[in-house]
Design a protein. Structure first.
Ligand code: HEM
Length: 432
């Protein structure tokens, strides 16, 4: 039964679109190549420039796409554009997909995920969780994040002179922090990382059956674990976000069981799957640009802006999708109801209309913070402040402790939506 459901979800969400995308890519359609061509997957930025040169909004027979900052920003903020791919109005296929989604294998973009909900449900759920992510609440975590970073650095120092940055530092730091905020056992962080890495593939538009099966198994495992864990918090609450959500009082807004599980798992996954890439991309970029690293060592007040520039220059989330809820017009072109628009965040962040010399990595760039790496509008990243703080502390502490050198070829993730490193082999000597 679960295999039949999984196969239906895969066929409608990835299998059929994947066939269409790959066929169009072979015919040279740029939007499809940006998703399916392995060379553009590895180096997407020249492709974004090509797309931008074709227009502010470029369309093929099925979808539209933008790599300009102006149009990306407008679409993300426009309430006519919905984040739920099911709002495409494909009738029968959407209904079959909705019926096939297995509540035991809820993924990051399955309803009722915040990422795809609309108001009023989106507003209600976001309001309940956002209290834990206010600037004040996040600033209160500074000392703890620093402790987590120092502890990981002590372990690296006690280990061999060569190490993989992702495994020993970039991944465990954010997963430990989000686990503590939520109230899930940090001893399980290896499981969370494995489940999260496998499930992250479901964000991509073109996923082979084998990859989907692996992701689906991971989603079943983490959903199963979360049912048990939430039940234990119901019996024995702690001082953490999930306990507060489980015990919301009946008079106020409550979360249903499935909303609670979906929101908890989204926070857990989003809490580390992206920040690991921000830290990894930042280390790689600073090693490629030793002059900028030297400037940061000389004046550590530049770290926060350096993190903004990493977010702009090599965005950990490269794209997102919106669907026109009604017929409308964008950049002088008509957009029919139900049309999907691929918003290339990584392309908007290299738009020369907004960023002078966009392909130059410059940690002192005055408007680096105008990037769209955290999206915009109602789905603007809930964890943006947390991610910024974690990356600023993580990068500064790492480079203050060690001088680093690459010792082998870094391996990129194979995912299209998430951009980062799978492995970043380094050697260390004590910092100056
Ligand atoms: C570098 C790190 C991060 C990046 C680049 C990032 C990026 C994004 C982006 C682009 C979106 C919106 C997607 C869209 O508009 O379709 C988003 C939403 C979200 N992010 Fe992040 N994120 C990061 C870290 C985090 C962290 C640490 C958390 C932990 C709390 C988090 C939680 C969320 C949640 C809950 C949403 C959904 C918000 C909504 O739909 O209302 N993110 N993130």
């Amino acid at each position: 039964m679960s295999t039949a459901r999984s196969a239906t979800v895969w066929a409608i969400r990835y299998g059929l679109p994947g066939l269409v995308i790959r066929a169009a890519a072979r015919r040279g359609d740029l939007i499809s190549r940006l998703v399916a061509d392995p060379a553009l997957r590895a180096h997407p930025y020249a492709g974004y420039d090509q797309l931008r040169a074709l227009g502010e909004l470029v369309s093929n027979r099925l979808v539209s796409a933008t790599a300009t900052h102006r149009v990306a920003n407008r679409i993300l903020r426009d309430e006519l554009f919905l984040a739920d791919p099911g709002s495409g109005g494909n009738g029968l296929l959407d209904r079959v997909l909705t019926a096939a989604i297995d509540p035991k294998a809820l993924g990051p973009v399955d309803p009722p995920s915040l990422l795809t909900l609309h108001p009023p449900d989106h507003t209600r759920i976001r309001g309940l969780v956002s209290r834990a992510f206010t600037p004040r609440a996040i600033a209160g975590l500074t000392r703890r994040i620093r402790e987590v970073a120092d502890d990981l650095l002590d372990r690296i120092e006690a280990g061999p002179g060569t190490f993989d940055l992702v495994e020993t530092y970039a991944a465990p730091l954010p997963v430990t922090v989000i686990a503590e905020i939520l109230g899930v056992p940090t001893a399980m962080r290896a499981d969370f990382l494995r489940w999260g890495n496998e499930a992250a593939a479901t964000l991509d538009p073109d996923l082979r059956w084998r990859e989907f099966r692996r992701a689906d198994r991971a989603l079943r495992a983490v959903n199963g674990w979360s049912v048990e864990h939430l039940a234990s918090l119901r019996r024995e609450p702690g001082d953490n976000l999930l306990s507060r959500l489980v015990h919301l009082d009946d008079n106020g807004d409550r979360l249903t069981d499935v909303e609670l599980r979906s929101t908890g798992l989204l926070l857990l996954g989003a809490g580390f799957e992206t920040t690991v890439n921000l830290i990894g991309n930042g280390v790689a970029l600073l090693l490629e640009h030793p002059d900028q690293l030297a400037a940061l060592r000389a004046d550590p007040s530049g770290w926060a802006n350096a993190v903004e520039e990493v977010l702009r220059y090599d965005s950990p989330v490269q794209l997102t999708l919106r669907v026109a809820g009604e017929a409308t017009e964008v950049a002088g072109r008509s957009v029919p109801a139900g049309r999907g628009v691929v918003v290339l965040l990584g392309g908007a962040n290299r738009d020369p209309e907004v960023f002078t010399d966009p392909h130059v990595f410059d940690i002192t760039r005055a408007n680096a913070r105008d990037h769209l790496a955290f999206s915009a509008g109602i789905h603007y990243c809930l964890g943006a402040q947390l991610a910024r703080l974690e990356a600023t502390i993580a990068l500064r502490a790492l480079f203050e402790r060690f001088d680093l050198r690459l010792t082998g070829t870094p391996h990129r993730l194979r995912t299209r939506v998430l951009r980062g490193y799978r492995r970043l082999p380094l050697s260390r000597t004590p910092g100056a």
